[in-house]
Design a protein around this ligand. Sequence first.
Ligand SMILES: Nc1nc2c(ncn2[C@@H]2O[C@H](COP(=O)(O)OP(=O)(O)OP(=O)(O)O)[C@@H](O)[C@H]2O)c(=O)[nH]1
Ligand SMILES: [Mg+2]
Length: 365
Amino acid sequence: MALQCGIIGITNVGKTTIFNCISNTKVDTNAFAFSATKSNIGVVQVPDKRLYELEKHQVTEKIVSTTIEIVDIPGLAKGSNKGEGVGNKFLGDIRNTDALIHVLRCFDNDALPHIDGSVDPVRDMETIDLELQVKDLESIEKKIERLKRAAKTGDKEALLGLDVLEKFRDHIGNFNNARSLQVKDDEKKYVDDLFLLTMKPVMYICNVDEKSAVHGNHYVESVRESLKGSSSEMLIIAGETEAEIAELENIEDRIAFLKDAGLAEPGVDKLVRTAYKLLNLQTFFTVGPKEIRAWTIKKGMTAQQAAGVIHSDLERGFIRAEVMKFNDFIALGSEHACKEAGKFLIEGKNYIVGDGDILHIRFNV
Ligand SMILES: Nc1nc2c(ncn2[C@@H]2O[C@H](COP(=O)(O)OP(=O)(O)OP(=O)(O)O)[C@@H](O)[C@H]2O)c(=O)[nH]1
Ligand SMILES: [Mg+2]
């Protein structure tokens, strides 16, 4: 199953606008609060300039990017945990995602009133966090009750679990997100089964007006300030500008538009790459005259598991992997040159694949 990144935030902050740019779809966006009634799922190509570097050294018929799934979830509001706005249902959609893209409104627009009366991205962030925290507390309390019953019968494991869950309850009860609690690896298992919403890795998107696309604005500064000391990433994106760029069919027009806006690449490209990292994913390549292709694996996967991403036969009949590092291949310019330089490696099934590895799997079924 593909890993999913969910776009969350208050209603009318530009989630669907950004989703449309990255997924090349045309879901209706409008200025009515809570007009969206279902989540949109898009398969999004992960932009990777390395594919075009590889093409310089290998003539090929086509280039295939790897993809991730992005889900655009309708806006939450204060009280969503009790069914306010469009409510509970969407908290369930968030539960199914593996990482979160939290969009914050950082633009003024008198024609588009804010649901809470004023533009204040830090307040919005806290509103959403609180909704998720309330949900998490519910799940934790339920499990605590269950474990308490088991602990009465002398179940040692239940006692250990209780200890960890109570730590989480106190932490989240003090308006913190689960992800910021430091716990030992062997303690994590007591909450893993709860799929806590505030445990999911998150990145913040400041949605700004066009003139703030490069340097941000005072709203962005307030977000930056509030994220000080946290490990979460923050990106600035001019949603409406990005939407205009995405409208342009012609690549030269796009480049000219980007240049005018002072951008080196579409902001959404960086967004998708960051989401990919957030999901703890990395890429390996296959390179040949028929196609040059990027494939997705989880960090830490072995050569045999990576072979299985291409085809189950390759995993089942795995013999060995021939590996070239991306940088070696680009620097030396060909497989032959890599061989001469001792940079063509023969690896077994337990080899841990590195980001950017060029693999050729030898197999026999
Ligand atoms: N000025 C300005 N308007 C924007 C920007 N991004 C989105 N909008 C407008 O804001 C309105 C809502 O945008 P959507 O993308 O539908 O917002 P949403 O967050 O998906 O809203 P819900 O699905 O209701 O939660 C639309 O009228 C957009 O044109 C922006 O960067 N600048
Ligand atoms: Mg929407």
